[in-house]
Write a protein that binds this ligand. Sequence first.
Ligand SMILES: CC(C)c1onc(-c2c(Cl)cccc2Cl)c1COc1ccc2cc(-c3cccc(C(=O)O)c3)sc2c1
Length: 232
Amino acid sequence: EKVEITKEQRALMKAIVDAYNRHQIPQDVAKKLLQEQYSPEENFLLLTEMATSQVQVLVEFTKNIPGFVSLDREDQIALLKGSAVEAMFLRSAQVFSRKMPSGHTDVLEERIRKSGMPEEFMTPMFNFYKSIGELHMVQEEQAILTAITILTPDRPYVKDHQAVERLQESMLVVLRKLCVLQHPQELQYFARLLGRLTELRTLSHYHAEMLTSWRMNDHKFTPLLCEIWDVQ
Ligand SMILES: CC(C)c1onc(-c2c(Cl)cccc2Cl)c1COc1ccc2cc(-c3cccc(C(=O)O)c3)sc2c1
């Protein structure tokens, strides 16, 4: 059938994409990835700084998702805490697939591989980055997929499931139409995108385990990360 994006859906998409583009890690923070020191401690510190900056960016982006600020306040917090790691995997995945001009890509990979993270976490993490890169998502798809991840109704402690589901549903409809329009040859492209969300859940569980092991060897996080990840 002829796929039409309605006026409202185009407005929703524009609001999400504008918010996504408006809120980015400041260039001076991202540039720190390129500095000289490569010790595991230095790498961990840098990644902690990047993650902290990313959470701030994520909160601003989320507040601009149409309908989000009208949700119950506690549900807003539950959604952010429940989706932060997944949204940051999506965001950092874009760095890899964007093949950052200033060589951030291999520098970021190098720092992640040598930051004291458990070996068994590396394979699934970099497989994910590869699978995202292979999708060649357009910017609109990246922005809407991130918003869909944040507005996932079944996060812990979310009370008004329905309200979140309604918001997520309207974005899933737009994403499906966008996929059909942007990737006409790949019939299952939309299904493949949603499959990435399942992979994100798995990575998020790995990450939670990793946080406890990091806490053991007294790795310090920032107050913002402690709050959003319920550590320390
Ligand atoms: C606390 C820290 C040690 C940590 O623990 N787990 C993770 C993690 C790791 Cl490893 C991988 C995925 C998710 C998490 Cl959460 C991290 C680091 O998380 C981040 C989070 C976001 C970003 C964005 C970046 C980035 C670079 C250049 C350019 C841009 C850009 O958007 O322009 C973004 S780097 C970066 C590092």
